[in-house]
Design a protein around this ligand. Structure first.
Ligand code: FES
Length: 786
């Protein structure tokens, strides 16, 4: 999106908008303020009832707009929001906790009477101070350190469900979702359990004080509550200082202060105590209430997690995407910036509506569909992104996973009571004030089977949830399409249409309880919504995958499938394509040929094999492609002459190939003189192999956005090092095949071990697959754009 910025009128109108409305016509984007932008009011109920719907117009027509109501520029698209979060050099978090409704003199007086002096915290402080503290205080938040809280979280969740399980009706917010996260937060912080209702009241006051638009009268009331909260936080801190030994993040902070007093200051600890109590429980309480409401409103998804709790970790990510509890956050520009194509001066304030970005179709296809199998659900922005990403995200994930697991296992027959949902009026925090549910206690499964009380699903934090996105599919037909090649047709077991896919896409088949998962390219027609088709060659070198498929999959069986996903995309704007398949590599290539034909792209299809007996779909391909199909059959003496097949380099031609390494190597060599990236290939296997610590060396990685420096020892991958430092990076295959863990590299020499990047991409040395690739030099530092 591009637009030109209209200079601000010298006299700012009473609305606070920097544009003189009368002098400027309405424009579809930016200032001057459009009708939609002028009407935007995040304090009205329609915003809180459904933030992404309320801002649909903005995502579609005016993704960055000035709001006179707020005096902020509002950013609504995924990429723009992420770009702001990651650029701490130009966007400061200094205004993240600023009162969005400026306090009157009377309100300030009340706050002063309590010596209220909320200072900078991890949330709103700038670099370099922020990262120094973050690094010092991060350790208790790492997945490894959080593990020991799991039994406590589970016990609390069980105890609270015990209290109402025989009642047949509950308000989950009042009876569980506030108190349990608050208790966990206090444990985590190391605070004795204080008066829960009082802390809840204080938390709400803090939210209204910072992100709400209360009347003058309400502001005075809220200011007293906030003042009391501030003083209580101070008292708790004083008590803790007398004995800072033992577990708890705040006690850890006090101990760190003794070692680094210049980094962890007194005022900092006081502010963090208050902010920590709120941050560690209110967001989780709201997120869980949102997730439960959402899942109960989507009975298929709820039934799926009840029947298969393995789906819960990814369902949590999808619920956080669809309806997270932190819906908007703020930044202020500290340099002149360009956001969504609009140039804005230093000092401009921004409100990024993550709830809108999380529904951006350009990043989440069919974004308004709740899909607990969505494989990029974890890309949501609900925890922010970059150097200030929520430190407590993995604690929140653990709680959400356990709450959903306990409730879906013990109350699968729970349903929403018809009700109107109410939300606290504010820009940034969203969760229903009450969540009424009902069920028939006589049907409680534990009455029939008390053993289910002992069941537990492992919590997944600090790892990709993609492995848990599998959906059950039924094998509708199996037939042999060549010697050693079976065609398998699959349809969703729940009767829903298959997910959309494009030529080059693959699915992952989970091979029963072998623990193996194998990727197979899709063949057939993407326009066919009822089934997915794969062709599977029984590989004599099989690592177990193809042998399992051949032996175990028969019509009527059910199998777990992940995807489809596509890392071998076909460029539909190509003028001319040469498509080369070797053996079973025909599956993605045939689909591309079909698409090229549909689109009228000039194409050649070359199909290589040992003998016709072993080559699947020959007759069908001949019928569809006629003269455009060339068969290269070794035992007929028509083996492919690769250089001749490609001919002279042509700038208008792209070459797509899938097949054995020998064929792909020959194509790489033959394409040496072709334009960069003319050749796009899909490999069957990674070439790097498993990590062998005896042959590796240690090195360092530096994360550009945060300055964090991590060691990568010889026995760990970069991905593992990132995860243990609480940095989320998507991943899937873990062996350099799929491209999902790609990270941009700012400097350092990369030892590429993947089979995803093209030759020129490797030579450019600007990106790497962190699941397998490493630093080329021992002790060297790679700087990553993270
Ligand atoms: Fe698949 Fe790294 S996770 S390439």
């Amino acid at each position: 999106m591009t637009t030109t910025t209209t200079p601000a009128h010298p006299s700012t109108p009473p609305s606070g908008c920097p544009v003189h409305h009368a002098a400027a016509p309405q424009a579809p984007n930016g200032c001057p303020v459009s009708g939609h932008a002028a009407a935007f009011n995040p304090f009205e109920d329609a915003y809180l009832q459904n933030p992404p719907e309320y801002l649909r117009w903005a995502r579609e027509q005016e993704p960055v707009f000035y709001s006179p109501e707020l005096g902020y520029w509002v950013v609504t698209r995924y990429d723009d929001i992420k770009a702001i979060f990651r650029n701490h050099g130009s966007f400061s978090p200094a205004n993240a906790l600023e009162k969005i409704t400026p306090p009157s003199a009377a309100v300030q007086e009340v706050l002063n009477s309590y010596n209220y002096a909320m200072g900078r915290t991890l949330v709103n402080e700038e670099e370099p101070a922020h990262m120094a503290r973050r690094r010092l205080l991060l350790e208790p938040f790492t997945p490894e350190a959080l593990k020991h809280h799991e039994p406590m979280v589970r016990k609390l969740a069980r105890d609270y469900v015990d209290r109402f399980i025989d009642d047949g009706r509950a308000d989950l917010v009042d009876q569980m979702l506030w108190e349990v996260p608050l208790t966990i937060a206090l444990h985590f912080l190391g605070v004795d359990e204080e008066d829960m209702p009082l802390l809840r009241q204080y938390s709400i006051a803090h939210t209204v004080n910072t992100w709400g638009r209360p009347s003058e009268e309400e502001q005075i009331k809220v200011a007293h509550a906030v003042g009391n909260f501030w003083q209580l936080a101070g008292k708790i801190l004083e008590k803790m200082r007398r004995d800072p030994s033992g577990p708890g993040w705040m006690k850890f902070g006090i101990r760190m202060q003794a070692e680094h007093p210049e980094v962890v200051t007194d005022s900092y600890l006081h502010s963090m105590m208050m902010a920590g109590i709120v941050a560690a429980h209110e967001t989780t309480a709201n997120a869980t209430a949102n997730a439960l409401r959402l899942l109960l409103q989507h009975p298929t998804a709820w039934r799926e997690i009840c029947e298969n709790p393995e789906l819960i970790p990814n369902a949590v990510e999808e619920c956080l995407r669809f309806a997270g509890s932190i819906i908007a956050w703020r930044r202020v520009a500290i340099t002149d910036v360009t956001v969504g194509g609009i140039e804005l001066p230093a000092g401009t304030k921004f409100m990024m509506v993550m709830a809108s970005g999380n529904h951006d179709e350009s990043h989440f296809p069919e974004a308004d569909l709740l899909d607990i199998h969505r494989d990029n659900a974890g890309d949501h922005l609900s925890f922010g992104y970059g150097a200030h990403q929520c430190m407590g995200k993995n604690l929140a994930r653990m709680e959400l996973q356990i709450f959903l697991e306990e409730l879906s296992r013990r109350l699968p027959h729970m349903a929403l009571v018809p009700q109107t949902f109410h939300y606290l009026s504010n820009t940034s925090f969203r969760g229903p004030e009450h969540l009424l549910v009902q069920w028939d206690p006589a049907q409680n499964p534990e009455r029939r089977d008390p053993s289910l009380l002992q069941r537990e699903q492992p919590v997944r934090i600090g790892e990709s949830t993609r492995a848990t996105t599998g959906r059950a599919m039924r094998v509708t037909a199996v037939r042999e399409v060549a010697e050693g090649v079976k065609e398998i047709r699959l349809a969703p077991a729940d009767g829903r249409p298959v997910p959309r896919w494009t030529p080059g896409a693959h699915i992952d088949i989970e091979c029963g309880d072998t623990g193996l998962s194998r990727q197979y390219s899709l063949c057939g027609d993407p326009a066919q919504p009822q089934e997915l088709v794969i062709g599977v060659l029984l590989d004599p070198q099989s690592r177990g995958g193809s042998a399992w498929v051949h032996q175990h999959l028969n019509a009527g069986d059910t199998v777990k499938v992940r995807g489809p996903r596509n890392h071998f995309r076909f460029d539909e704007t190509a003028q001319r394509v040469v498509l080369v398949a070797g053996g079973i590599g025909i599956t993605p290539i045939a689909t591309m040929a079909h698409r090229a034909r549909q689109l009228g792209i000039d194409y050649e299809l070359h199909y290589c094999g040992r003998s016709r007996r072993t080559m699947a779909y020959v007759a069908e391909l001949q019928a569809e492609h006629g003269e455009r199909l060339r068969l290269h059959v070794a035992d007929e003496g028509t083996r492919a002459d690769i250089p001749a097949l490609l001919g002279q380099p042509r700038p208008d031609t792209q070459v797509y190939a899938c097949g054995p390494e020998r064929l792909l190597d020959a194509l790489q060599q033959a394409c040496a003189a072709w334009p960069e990236d003319a050749l796009r290939v899909e490999h069957f296997h990674a070439s790097g192999g498993a990590l062998d610590p005896s042959k590796e060396h240690a090195f360092e990685i530096e994360l550009k956005d945060s300055g964090l420096v991590l060691q990568v020892p010889a026995d760990r991958t970069v991905l593992e090092a990132l995860r243990s430092a609480n940095i989320d990076v998507p991943s899937d295959c873990g062996e350099g095949l799929c491209g999902s863990c790609e990270v941009h590299v700012v400097s350092g020499q990369i030892d590429h071990r993947d089979v995803v990047l093209t030759r020129s991409e490797r030579e450019a040395n600007q990106k790497m697959m962190v699941c397998c690739s490493r630093s080329r030099l021992c002790g060297e530092r790679l700087v990553l754009e993270l």
